[in-house]
Design a protein around this ligand. Sequence first.
Ligand SMILES: Cc1cc2nc3c(=O)[nH]c(=O)nc-3n(C[C@H](O)[C@H](O)[C@H](O)COP(=O)(O)O)c2cc1C
Length: 196
Amino acid sequence: MQYNKEEFNQIIRNRRSIFPADYTSEKVDDKVIEQMLENANWAPNHKFTEPWRFKIFTGEGLKKLGKIQSWVYKQVTEADGTFTEKKYENLLHKPLSASHVIVIAMKRDPQNSVPETEEISAVACAVQNMYLTAAVYDIGCYWGTGGITYFEESKEHFGLKKEDKLMGFFYIGIPKKWPLTTKRTPISEKVEWIRN
Ligand SMILES: Cc1cc2nc3c(=O)[nH]c(=O)nc-3n(C[C@H](O)[C@H](O)[C@H](O)COP(=O)(O)O)c2cc1C
């Protein structure tokens, strides 16, 4: 197919994680979010289990997400003695600095037809599709895995069962500016070619 290969390489290499502090207060058009989700749905996955599940919080929904995550945080950390008011407040208010927040989850195949790691990998591929779509539309986003992501107690609030996984929160907003720098060490340090 006659794709523009140079442009494609640029999209991949110019994609950036852009954080809520760098979003304007403008809203991203839901149609762009729909494109991101549609592209997520075309990620590779083994045995067509299509394990990605997304819950999109926007508008008043962002307040709801803030309430859910700060409440879960409080329950868990008051019990284990690690609660801090600062973190609680951050979890309560942080979603409001985004246009949309997508809860990223892995729904385990009921037949366990592929290993769990493959389901998690497929979801990560789906998230990369969202990242790349956002880059093409000049939308800022980042995948966050802090807060309540890994609390078992979080799952029920997002309709997940024990065998499923909450994999984080995808923050989306209009960027104030496009960050030009990030870093990677050369690929040559991470690969080995075996030719004979
Ligand atoms: C699975 C995963 C989890 C991440 N979790 C966080 C996080 O909790 N907090 C954060 O600031 N960034 C998080 N990031 C985003 C990275 O910080 C970001 O990708 C990295 O800084 C490189 O920047 P770039 O995406 O612009 O190349 C996560 C990225 C991935 C893939």
